[in-house]
Design a protein around this ligand. Structure first.
Ligand code: 5RP
Length: 230
């Protein structure tokens, strides 16, 4: 239906299937929130290839903004748009409640802002991202640089093992601590506890604002659509 290259489809069939399925949810002449990562990049290419007319997009990273602009899609300031109807983004993990770990691409803060400012959040993932309990993927935390060691010590007190993501700077000029070993049985509580540490800008748990819909793409090209439990 859409002109997406077979070569790319073979490389990441699950990501392609999920990204293409998300196109069906984009309404013409609306402003779209757009996340960050390889799955979203496939979505942006497909959106452009399909010729879906949007009024513009709010981007969750400089990389996404550049890609949207390459395709001639106007990038808008969230301060000027008001609430968005739809935000589309990937994830590093999702549980059955559509609570997520995000931030593998270091864009978690802007991603969380746009997800919160959107009426609907559709998350697009391949099958490898679905888990029963969040936490196998190290939880990214964006931290003000001067607070790096302090926040790391506080994370150790929460029984996890923080690792400084060397050479990574977020679009906001901050650093990332990737935290291993969290046992995330109560994602909402942990999200709040980490956010309460001075120096933490955001953590990659999207539990207070989970996705509303998860589109899971499989290697054989089929998709599954899962709605957030009510
Ligand atoms: C970026 C993210 C991405 O959504 C997440 O890392 C998934 O990326 P990909 O689609 O490349 O697997 O949270 O900060």
């Amino acid at each position: 239906m859409y002109s997406v290259s077979i070569r790319k489809t073979r490389m990441h069939p699950g990501k392609h299937a999920a990204a293409l399925a998300a196109l069906e949810h984009v309404k013409i002449d609306t402003i779209l929130g757009v996340g960050t990562g390889s799955t979203v990049n496939i979505f942006i290419d497909a959106l452009a290839a399909a010729g879906t007319r949007v009024k513009g997009a709010v981007a969750s990273s400089e990389a996404t903004a550049a890609k949207l602009q390459e395709h001639g899609i106007e990038v808008l300031d969230l301060n000027m748009t008001g609430q968005l109807e739809l935000y589309i983004d990937g994830a590093d993990e999702s549980n059955n409640n559509l609570q997520l770990i995000k931030g593998g691409g270091a864009a978690l803060t802007r991603e969380k802002i746009i997800a919160s400012a959107s009426r609907e959040f559709i998350c697009i993932v391949d099958q490898s991202k679905q888990v029963d309990v969040l936490g196998e993927f190290p939880l990214p935390i964006e931290v003000i640089p001067m607070a790096r060691s302090y926040v790391a010590r506080e994370i150790v007190k929460l029984n996890a093992d923080p690792e400084f993501r060397e050479a990574a700077r977020t679009d906001n000029g901050n650093i990332i601590l990737d935290c291993y070993g969290f046992s995330i049985t109560d994602p909402v509580e942990l999200e709040a506890a980490i956010n309460a540490i001075p120096g933490v800008v955001t953590n990659g748990l999207f539990a207070m604002r989970p996705a509303d819909k998860l589109i899971v793409g499989y290697d054989d090209g089929h998709i599954e659509i899962i709605d957030k439990p009510s």
